[in-house]
Design a protein around this ligand. Structure first.
Ligand SMILES: [Fe+2]
Length: 221
């Protein structure tokens, strides 16, 4: 999958590994996953040396009162933490949890908002989240599922996603490549470069992201 991805990415692009973690996970299991992930990063760094850069973070499932593992899974050198919720999460629960994360000094990056009912019913809620300091990132993987693909397309059309990630779980999933660039070009009013390069770079620089909706033809650097 990485070989396929490297063919469509510019030299010197950064790939961030985000294996799944949950706040309810046993610490030993989380630690073992982390070590495995770092080991994998070491292997591919050698293999793709001079072509791609790699970082290890995580995607944290938030539920209940625990906010364990945020320190481990944050994007290295930043306060950005990639978070997800169960698909049945309510808007109120989402708001409360994101406020808790912000109050601990982190910057939540909401993974695949197109999967949540609160977003599908009222997409402008992502504007509220962006004003609070949250980022939103749709998944290329969502284009495989009819139910999520239509919301993902409307978020792109209205500039309501800061970025796009692959979220690839298996070789069947979409990746950030020329085919995805074409798909995004059909639906998005925001340029591919903004969604896959400029704003992701702001995340890696630990910068606050712009308020949604993103504006057509505006430069985000
Ligand atoms: Fe996820």
């Amino acid at each position: 999958m990485l070989t396929r991805m490297s063919a469509g990415l510019e030299t010197d692009s950064t790939v961030v590994f985000t294996p799944h973690y949950s706040c309810r996970m046993n610490s030993r299991v989380a630690m073992a996953r982390w070590q495995k992930s770092i080991k994998f990063q070491d292997q591919v760094e050698e293999e793709f040396s001079g072509k791609l850069n790699f970082l290890t973070a995580g995607e944290l499932m938030i539920s209940g009162s625990s906010l364990k593992f945020m320190e481990q899974i944050r994007y290295p050198g930043t306060g950005w933490v990639l978070v997800e919720f169960s698909t049945s999460v309510t808007w109120l629960e989402t708001l409360i949890q994101l406020r808790r994360i912000i109050s601990r000094g982190y910057r939540p990056l909401v993974a695949h908002p197109e999967r949540y009912g609160w977003c599908r019913r009222k997409r402008s809620r992502l504007i509220t989240l962006s004003r609070m300091g949250c980022g939103s990132m749709i998944s290329a993987r969502s284009f495989r599922f009819k139910k999520y693909a239509s919301t993902a397309r409307s978020l792109l059309r209205d500039g309501l996603s800061h970025a796009i990630c692959s979220d690839a779980h298996s070789p069947r999933d979409h990746i950030i490549d020329t085919r995805m660039k074409k798909t995004i070009g059909e639906y998005s009013r925001i340029q591919w470069q903004v969604l896959t390069k400029d704003i992701p770079q702001m995340i890696l620089n630990d910068e606050r992201l712009p308020e949604l909706p993103l504006q057509k033809q505006r430069k985000y650097e």
